[in-house]
Ligand binder design. Structure first.
Ligand code: SF4
Ligand code: SF4
Length: 286
């Protein structure tokens, strides 16, 4: 079975330094690679697009970043609308939009459900990240975006599909919008940082009239009476339960089995405020 290219993107490692975005511009602005890509315009294109998601609220808040690019789909919607053989999938899995044959075919931009194709107004062609195929074909063993990233977000690997399937299961990798059936070759690790919510809070206890952080408190998240997840508060009395689905309804939170509170989860992460032990009633909001 043939070995094919795949890209693994670990969202937890991205610091938004934008090196990968910039080296892609450096590679393509003013440079034509016949058979791969015409030059990228100086402005307006983000072949590697760094998307941002903030979660939580003060004091437990975080910003996460996700590079989004052409997924080199195995069942690519862009190929279905391309005429004149303008888009091809190579034996190694890489999808190439031919810079000559695609002239005038703006429908290719609209067909990509990931917004990964950009229209070059001057040249009248659709363009996307080419997996650095022109470099790989010269013998590079990694993509340029991978070599540019200081925090090891990217892993470009050429392996058989079965081996990639095993890796996907072992590492809990996910693809964007799997429900579309496009079979992307770009896989994400820690995608929950962009797509799911956390529930967090602070636990305090009254010690001889002084409110102290309650380290080591047991926090249990329940839904319909069943435990969903649990956590232990840290030295600051804080807890965070991650990977909770958006808009997933009503929950009950129990702390040390003697304080409980209810809340509804919408489409954003929740900081529940300070939960005070030893007063019999949980209070949301410090
Ligand atoms: S991500 Fe978009 S442009 Fe890239 S192969 Fe898939 S459908 Fe085509
Ligand atoms: S180079 Fe790495 S850390 Fe910087 S924006 Fe790109 S993926 Fe994120």
């Amino acid at each position: 079975m043939a070995r094919k290219w795949n890209m693994i993107v670990d969202i937890s490692r991205c610091e938004n330094c934008r090196n990968c975005f910039l080296v892609t511009k450096d590679e393509h602005i003013g440079n034509d690679f016949p058979g791969y890509a015409a030059s990228q315009p100086a402005h307006g294109h983000s072949w590697i697009d760094i998307q941002r998601k903030e979660r939580g609220s003060y004091p437990i808040v975080e910003a996460n970043f996700m590079p989004v690019m052409c997924n080199h789909c195995d069942d690519a919607p862009c190929m279905k609308v391309a005429q004149n053989g303008a888009i091809s999938k190579r034996a190694d899995g890489i999808v190439i939009i031919d810079p000559k044959k695609s002239k005038g075919q703006k429908q290719i931009v609209d067909a990509c459900p990931y917004g990964a194709v950009y229209w070059n107004e001057e040249k009248q062609i659709p363009q996307a990240w080419i997996f650095d195929a022109h470099l790989l074909d010269q013998g590079w063993t990694k993509t340029r975006v991978e070599t540019s990233c200081p925090t090891g977000v990217y892993r470009s690997i050429k392996i058989e599909d079965q081996a990639m399937q095993r890796l996907t299961e072992q590492e809990g990798l996910e693809v964007l919008q799997p429900e579309l059936g496009t079979k992307p070759r770009v896989y994400y690790k820690n995608l929950h940082l962009m797509t799911q919510c956390f529930v967090a809070g602070s636990v305090a206890v009254n010690v001889e009239g002084v409110e102290e952080c309650a380290e080591g408190a047991q926090v249990i998240l329940k839904q319909n009476g069943s435990e969903i997840a649990r956590a232990t508060t840290d030295i600051f009395g804080e807890f965070k339960i991650d990977k909770v689905k958006k808009n997933s309804g009503q929950y009950e939170l129990e702390v040390n089995s003697d304080v409980s509170m209810q809340f509804d989860l919408g489409d954003e992460s929740l900081y529940l405020g300070t939960i005070r032990l030893a007063v019999g009633v949980a209070a949301a909001g410090s």
